[in-house]
Design a protein around this ligand. Structure first.
Ligand code: FAD
Ligand code: NAG
Length: 381
């Protein structure tokens, strides 16, 4: 079974949408999840059927960088892929999503250089490693198959660090990547409605003149902005974007819960120096003392990057909110109006939205189209 498509004869595809094949899909959200979803839907449906609706959108021009709110998480991510050892069922499920997404990101990195993704080395340092880390040995799968995983020798670890490793991963220049996905969607005929709505259900009653038909399916990739799900907890993250370049992504987790990380932004986007994890902290502006702390931690942990405070070339202080959800992502279909309308939910990625993005979009499309398997690798943006 497949999505109805103009290039396939109607007889080979039973319709996954309960009314006419001409019904519109509205994707709410232009974060990494909504954009990945639009890309995948557009590859399987006539372009005119898919509309993206969002209050905040990435810029498609390299010369303009709009001022975003901290709630638009995708604008503030590093972003790197940093595996987490699968010690719970939820983390195990996420591990699979992350590995699947890695496959697609690798292909984008090699085939679509303008997208802003680069393969590079990842390094981890733990002051307090868990059982998962301590049980690993050279050659194990950490980020994905053949990632060159290697445990670092004790003699290579800085003071305080008890365990470290290196492996192959990737980093994303997030404004470039999101702008790239949006531009591709638009150029292939996707419609964009830039608007804030008060309730998900309003997306069903978008003006027909605007989108050309009746809406039967709404995709809820709204991150956190509707704020109605009691399981959502915001986790504030402050970082500093600096001009100084770096060649790999590296993270240290201190015993007291602090994090020090460097995340290069490919295509000369500088480096993100991070990061804080402040649960429930609603402060929207950057705290100067946190900037100082992050830069000092970087000097302490990564002396091969920048040696002294005066050598940092700061571009901006960033504050974003991770859309964390207790129990993990919500990937679920909700039927309305006696099954004539559907909402498919895709939110709650916390600090992992980029590294899980393609696998989440595949899962959501499969939920809309039961029985069909979806391979994003065949439809690179
Ligand atoms: C400091 C920091 C560092 C991070 N680092 C990483 C990393 O290294 N790797 C990684 O994978 N992830 C990282 N993340 C997490 C990542 O940014 C998020 O998981 C991801 O961006 C979530 O994307 P999303 O599409 O779910 O939501 P969002 O990016 O928040 O997008 C939500 C979209 O919905 C729209 N919307 C919401 N409400 C409405 C409404 N009422 N009407 C209209 N539109 C609406 C918004 O305008 C927006 O377009 C980091 C996050 C932070 C804050
Ligand atoms: C849609 O997503 C938001 C998160 O932004 C969530 O709070 C809400 O419960 C979801 N569903 C509806 C119908 O609003």
């Amino acid at each position: 079974m497949d999505f109805p498509s103009e290039t396939k004869s109607a007889s080979t595809s039973s319709t996954p949408f309960k009314s006419s094949n001409d019904d519109r899909i509205v994707v709410i959200g232009a974060g990494v999840l909504g954009l990945s979803m639009c890309t995948l839907l557009q590859s399987r449906l006539p372009a005119r059927l898919v509309t993206l609706l969002a209050a905040e959108l990435p810029s498609t021009s390299p010369d303009s960088s709009p001022a975003y709110t901290p709630s638009y998480a995708s604008a503030w991510a590093g972003a790197h892929y940093r595996p987490i050892s699968p010690s719970t069922p939820q983390l195990h499920a996420e591990f699979k999503l992350a590995q699947r997404t890695f496959e697609i990101m690798k292909r984008i990195a090699s085939e679509k250089p303008k997208a802003g993704i680069k393969l590079m080395q990842g390094v981890e340092y733990f002051d307090r490693p868990g059982k998962g880390e301590l049980g690993m040995k050279d050659g194990d799968v950490y980020a994905g198959p053949e990632d060159g995983f290697r445990v670092l020798q004790k003699s290579d670890l800085m003071e305080g660090v008890k365990w470290g490793c290196e492996y192959g991963t990737y980093c994303i220049n997030v404004p470039v990547y999101c702008g790239y996905l949006l531009k591709e969607f638009q150029e292939k005929g996707g419609k964009i409605v830039s608007r804030k709505i008060g309730d998900v259900k309003q997306a069903f009653s978008l003006n027909e003149d605007e989108i050309g038909g009746e809406v039967s399916t709404v995709v809820n990739c709204s991150g956190t902005n509707f704020g109605k799900d009691p399981k959502i907890k915001l986790i504030r993250g402050q970082t500093v974007l600096v001009k100084n370049p770096y060649h790999r992504t590296v993270t240290r987790q201190y015993a007291d819960g602090r994090w020090a990380t460097l995340i290069p932004r490919p295509l000369d986007g500088g480096t993100i120096v991070g990061v804080t994890k402040e649960i429930g902290d609603e402060e929207e502006t950057a705290r100067p003392e946190i900037r100082q702390l992050l830069l000092k931690q970087s000097i302490e942990c990564f002396p091969d990057f920048v040696e002294k405070l005066e050598d940092f070339e700061v571009i901006s202080d960033n504050v974003g909110r991770r859309p964390f959800r207790e129990g993990g992502l919500r990937m679920e279909v909700e039927e309305l109006d006696a099954g004539r309308k559907r909402i498919v939910h895709g939110y709650g990625a916390g600090g992992r939205g980029y590294e899980l993005s393609w696998a989440i979009a595949e899962r959501l499309v499969e939920l809309l189209n039961p029985g069909g398997s979806v391979q994003a690798t065949t439809v690179l943006p």
